[in-house]
Each structure stands twice: as structure tokens, then as C-alpha cells.
Design a protein around this ligand. Sequence first.
Ligand SMILES: *[C@@H]1O[C@H](CO)[C@@H](O)[C@H](O)[C@H]1NC(C)=O
Ligand SMILES: *[C@@H]1O[C@H](CO)[C@@H](O)[C@H](O)[C@H]1NC(C)=O
Ligand SMILES: *[C@@H]1O[C@H](CO)[C@@H](O)[C@H](O)[C@H]1NC(C)=O
Ligand SMILES: *[C@@H]1O[C@H](CO)[C@@H](O)[C@H](O)[C@H]1NC(C)=O
Ligand SMILES: *[C@@H]1O[C@H](CO)[C@@H](O)[C@H](O)[C@H]1NC(C)=O
Length: 447
Amino acid sequence: MNSFLVCVTCLLFLIDGAFLERACSKQDVLDYLNLTKGNEKFTTCRPALDWTHPTIVYFDIYLYGILSMIEKSQIFVPLLWISARWYNERISWDPKDFCGIKKVILPKELLWKPDLYVVEAVEKEDGPLNPYLYITHDGNVTMEDDHKIVSTCTMNVHKFPFDTQTCHITVSSINHSDKEIKLVPASNSSKATQVARESILTQGEWEFLNISVSKEKDIYEGQTYDRIKYTISVRRMPLMHFINFQLPILFFLIVDLASFFIPDRGEKLCFKVTVLLGISVLMLILNDILPSKSHRCPLIATYVIVIFSFMLLSLLETILVIYLINMSSEQDTKRVQRPEDLSSETDKCKGNSSDQICYSGVEAPLESLMLKEIYSKEKMNDMHLLQLILEELQTIKQTLVPHALNAQTGQKYWLGVVKCINRLFFVVYLLSISLFLGFMFREWKVE
Ligand SMILES: *[C@@H]1O[C@H](CO)[C@@H](O)[C@H](O)[C@H]1NC(C)=O
Ligand SMILES: *[C@@H]1O[C@H](CO)[C@@H](O)[C@H](O)[C@H]1NC(C)=O
Ligand SMILES: *[C@@H]1O[C@H](CO)[C@@H](O)[C@H](O)[C@H]1NC(C)=O
Ligand SMILES: *[C@@H]1O[C@H](CO)[C@@H](O)[C@H](O)[C@H]1NC(C)=O
Ligand SMILES: *[C@@H]1O[C@H](CO)[C@@H](O)[C@H](O)[C@H]1NC(C)=O
């Protein structure tokens, strides 16, 4: 009986013990490791028991978005998921002792972290970062973060808007040379590209092409530092820029070409000036996009400026034509006016002698006839009168008709010249514009 009781208590103790042993928390792991806040053993020094052992940091970047890309200020803002993994030689526990706990999650402040930074970053991170580290029983520590990195990127807008940009994200340690921290890219170019393609959420007007990963060394003050360089290639999707900018300019150009067929020259002038104003408004938009400092003149600037100059030339041609026509018509009016001057001379003649009548004005011959009748009714017979009329008519013919003819041929001549200039200009204009546009689009297409 007694032995039976002892056995039962024994069993109860055993069961109790088994239950006690199974109920273990992650705190037990931390207690075992002495991992407490303020334990400088874990926070200050690189976790290598032998200081000549470099800490190998496996580093990885996944691009999951392109937030913006500002050509004007050469700023590139990618969304990156960054992960770094290293081995902490001070941490290890046997999962069997802790009910199979293989992994704990700890606040970042408790452990040492590599001092990684992005070389191109221009702004400190202000969003909340992941406050935890992931620690495995064999001492692997993983740090994962979402970053919105505001970085510089030298953009080449020569081919805007058909351009491809490559921006770099270079990661390095600030204080540890490659003898202390070895940076190793965890995934190669093809994997990084594939992952980015699968996970990209937003890319705005950009189309993600690829990421290439390369390892570099940076020598600074006699020490070499490991660097991992990610080169992100993106291509602009040009449709909206084409519709918003190049197409309207092309339309303006076509309208300008069509204005050659407007018959009224004054209206034509107004029209061309309006078209030029329209283009200058579009040029303001361009000013907002392109960086003010550029090594090569962007093709789009050449495009706008050359088309603007073409239109300016056609405007000047219209002005020239108007000037020529005005000049010729002025000459004509002068010529028409000249006979009146002559008639005033004839007044003088009239005063000198009543016999000698030197009519050559525009006045009707009927008037002169009446005058003659008044002056020389008695003196002259009919024959003489008729002869006078004949002479008079001849003088009128000689003085008037050649001028009128001259005026008409003069104006005709000038009109011909203007027509010729117009046609020639139109052909040259059309030809040079087609050549220029062909050249432009070929330049844009060339990789
Ligand atoms: C933790 O610290 C205690 C004393 O504070 C020490 O006895 C123990 O050995 C330490 N454990 C480890 C794993 O360093
Ligand atoms: C820890 O890292 C080492 C080397 O990188 C690896 O072989 C091991 O599988 C990792 N441990 C775990 C639990 O992932
Ligand atoms: C690490 O580098 C930064 C910048 O170069 C410097 O300000 C800081 O003092 C360095 N820290 C140590 C521990 O050397
Ligand atoms: C990149 O890594 C993957 C596995 O991560 C591998 O299958 C592939 O062969 C690697 N490619 C190159 C070019 O090294
Ligand atoms: C990435 O794309 C760019 C542009 O198309 C190309 O020049 C480069 O060779 C590509 N890189 C890789 C690793 O495929």
C-alpha cells in the first residue's frame, strides 16, 4: 500500500516535472544568453570571438517600386526591401534545451548591427523602420527593412522622352573596412531582376528593365571598404510625353504649313504669330521638366527650337511678301498720280497762250471741247477743230495709256515675284522640315 502511494507521488512528480520542462518561454533563451538591455557585450562590439575573423554580411536588395524620378533635381526615389544577414558568434543555444525554440525576435537595440549606408542617399530616413532582428539558434541574425531611399542619380535626358536611365544604389559600411566586414551580395543580377519584376508595385511613368549587381572595393585613407553596387535600369514610357508635347508641336507645324494657303495676307500674319505664341507656351512646359545643367543639348530642345525657327522664318517670309506687295502698289499709285501733276502743268500752258492747248490730264475730252468752243469760236473752222480734237486725243493716249499699262505690268510683275517666292519657300520649307523630322526621329530611335 505504502509502496503504491510512493509510486503514485513519484508518477505525479514526474508528470509535473515533464509539464514544467515543456513550459519554456523565449525569455528563458534570453536569460540563458544573458541578452538584456544594456549588456554591452552584445551591443558595442562586432560579434566575433577572434577579432581577425571578418563578419560576413550577406546583403540583398529587392526593388518593389519606383516612387519618383525627378529630372530637374536628378533625384531617384526607389522603394527597396533590404535584408542583411550575418553570423553572431556569441549567440547559440540548443533548441532541445528550450522546447525546440529555434528562433527569437528581438528589438534592434539589444544587438550589434553592421553600420551600412547607401552612398547615394541624400535624405535621412524618416519613416518607421522595422524595429526587430530575427535570430536563429545557430547565431544567424537577420535584419530586414523597407526603405524609401531618396538618392541622387545622374540622369541623361539627351533622348528625352525616349530615354533609358541607369541609377546606382551603392551599399557600404561606414566604419568597418573589409578586414572587419565583408559584404557579399546574396542574390545575383538575374535573381534580383526576376524578384523585382515579380514584386514591383508602382513604377509611375517608368518601365523597370533590370538590376545588375556588382561588388566593388573603395579605398579610403589607406583602408579598403567593401561595396555592393546595384545598377537599376529603367526606361521611360514616352506615350504621355509624346501626346502632351511632341504631337502638339507637330500639329502647330502642320497648321503653319496649311497657313500658306490662306489668301488674305494680313490674316495669315496674325495666324502665324498665334501659332508661334502657342509653341512658346509649350516651351515653358519643357523648362519645368529638363534639368538646367545638361552635358549635351537634349534632342527635344533641338526639336522645339528648330521648329520654332522654321515657323519664325515662315513668318518673316510672310512679312517680306506683304512688304513687297505694299511697295509695288505704292509705286503704282505714284504712277497713277503723275498725270495729275502734268495736268497742273497744262494749267500753266493755258495761262500762257489761249491758242496753244496742251491738254494731257485725266479730264474728259468733252470738257476740253467746250473750252475750245468758248475760246475760239470765231477763229476756227470745223476742220481745224476736228484736227485739234485728234491731236488732243493722241496726246491723251500718249500720256495716259503707257502709264496705265506700266502700272498694270508692274503690279503683275511683283505679284509674279511674290508667287514665285511663296512657292519656292513652301517647297524648301516642306523639304527641310521633312528632312529635319526624319533626322530627329531617327536620332531618338537609335539606342
Ligand atoms: C550570464 O551571466 C551570469 C552572471 O551574470 C553568468 O554566471 C553566466 O555564465 C552568463 N552566461 C553566459 C552564457 O554568458
Ligand atoms: C545560418 O547561416 C549559415 C551560413 O550562412 C547557414 O549554413 C545556416 O543554414 C543558417 N542557419 C539557419 C537556421 O538558417
Ligand atoms: C563611423 O564613421 C562616422 C562617419 O565617417 C564617424 O562620424 C563615426 O565617428 C565613426 N564611428 C566610429 C566608431 O569610428
Ligand atoms: C543566379 O542565382 C541563381 C540562384 O540564386 C542561379 O540559379 C543562377 O545560375 C545564378 N546566375 C548566375 C549568372 O550566376
Ligand atoms: C539591363 O538593361 C540595360 C538597358 O537595356 C542593358 O544595357 C544592360 O546590359 C542590362 N543588364 C543586364 C544585366 O541585363
